[in-house]
Design a protein around this ligand. Structure first.
Ligand code: FAD
Length: 397
């Protein structure tokens, strides 16, 4: 009898799992609780659709924090993903920082539509259908949600031979990734690490905010633990946003009292900064000559002690290693991604649950983390690939 593969979650992870099964002898159902698939994929497209990165395999994998996701990315790399996109008619380009985007004329919805059209001859999309529970052989869904004529609470049982759960993390719940699945997993004793905001803006203490909203700290370098990143940071009403602060989220999360360092003048060595300050007629003039900008000057004047401010050596040190303590992260609902999720000790390399043979998990619902820059979508498609490939091999045997 024809095997049935049910994939729940129509994000990049679920769609890539389905893609791997197109040539297999099976029926494929992709279920989603929303009226259309790929909503977070499209949200990612709103801010510049960074699909992956052009780094070498070694450099690329170093961006991930877990061995589980690294091995998945080894099996389905940035090159494989770009090749697949080309196969469905999506040409890509390399941006100035090495990030990979669709060609300029291609809109995010066109990428999603091309992928859906590629799947449609074989895949049945079952929308407005909420996953509620599963066991080894079947899943329970609520068919009543979101449809005008629907009857909330009306459940249905769907038998499967293989199940892929690609239900996403917990950020941007409006896209369907609401993290409600965590209680189902907890009830089954599947170990989860709590979700935490990742690639999040930083909330600062009130006295750091001044009248700085909208101001930009240009070309600075931030570091925390073994993580560091250069670029621009934007001041907001609550704190800071921008790639450099997202890149140090993981190190900050691991600290009891999170503090990071900013090099406010990375273009100059500490000695050079010292020389400029020493020659200046006073410290304020020195800051001007260093062209530090309004935000840096506000912070230095408010948070460097008078004694250090008047000592060029100490002031140079403060400029190169400016310490900022944070109050916290933005609410998980607002951030780009989540750390936490299904612990990799629960999984085989293909994402099959140790406790539930033939049930796989994929994408952001697994506990791995990466910075923005295309690594998130890549991690999701790579994990979708490994689950789809394992099912394909199992069907063949
Ligand atoms: C603002 C923003 C910008 C981003 N920019 C980028 C970027 O430029 N580059 C990058 O690499 N990444 C980016 N990301 C991250 C990227 O979009 C996600 O990592 C990726 O979409 C996660 O894929 P996924 O398949 O694991 O889950 P998702 O895409 O979240 O899909 C999960 C699906 O499961 C469905 N679902 C959940 N629960 C249920 C249920 N109970 N029943 C039925 N269906 C359910 C949801 O409706 C959803 O369709 C961005 C994210 C955001 C929010």
């Amino acid at each position: 009898m024809l095997k049935r593969v049910v994939i729940v979650g129509g994000g990049p992870a679920g769609l890539m799992a389905a893609t791997q099964l197109l040539k297999s002898d099976c029926e494929i159902l992709v279920l989603d609780q929303k009226a259309s698939v790929g909503r977070k994929f499209l949200v990612a497209g709103d801010g510049g659709f960074n699909l992956t990165h052009s780094e070498t395999p070694g450099e690329f994998r170093e961006k991930y924090d877990s061995d589980w996701i690294k091995q998945a990315v080894r099996q389905f790399s940035n090159k494989d993903w770009i090749k697949f996109l080309k196969q469905i008619g999506i040409e890509t380009k390399v941006g100035s920082s090495g990030k990979i985007f669709p060609e300029d004329t291609i809109k995010p919805i066109q990428v999603l539509n091309a992928w859906k059209q590629f799947l449609e001859p074989k895949v049945q999309f079952v929308l407005n259908t909420r996953f509620l529970d599963f066991d080894e052989k079947q899943l329970i869904v609520d068919k009543g949600i979101s449809t005008p004529l629907g009857n909330p609470g009306e459940t249905e049982t769907i038998p499967f031979d293989y199940l892929v759960l690609a239900l996403g993390g917990k950020s941007w719940p409006v896209t369907g990734s609401d993290g409600a699945w965590t209680s189902v997993f907890e009830q089954k004793g599947i170990a989860l690490n709590p979700f935490q905001p990742s690639n999040s803006g930083l909330v600062l203490y009130e006295n750091w905010l001044g009248d700085l909203e909208g101001k930009i700290l240009k070309n600075i370098r931030v570091s925390c633990g073994d993580q560091s990143c250069s670029g621009d940071i934007v001041c907001t009403s609550y704190g800071l946003e921008g790639k450099p602060v997202y890149a140090i989220n993981r190190a900050l999360r691991e600290m009891e009292k999170p503090v990071f360092k900013v090099d406010l003048k990375p273009q100059m060595t500490r000695e050079k900064v010292f020389e400029v300050l020493k020659k200046a007629k006073n410290p304020s003039q020195g800051l001007k000559e260093l062209k530090l900008g309004e935000v840096a000057v506000f912070w230095i004047k408010n948070f460097v002690s008078k004694q250090r401010f008047l000592d060029p050596k100490e002031l140079a040190k403060a400029i190169k290693e400016f310490s900022i303590g944070i109050k916290g992260f933005r609410p998980i609902e607002e951030v780009i991604s989540c750390a936490g999720g299904v612990a990799d000790s629960e999984l085989s390399e293909s994402g099959e649950l140790n406790r539930f043979p033939n049930v796989f998990v994929a994408g952001e619902m697994i506990d791995w983390d990466a910075p923005t820059g295309g690594y998130l979508i890549q991690g999701c498609v790579s994990s979708g690939y490994v689950s789809g490939k394992a099912i394909k091999l199992s069907i063949m045997n």
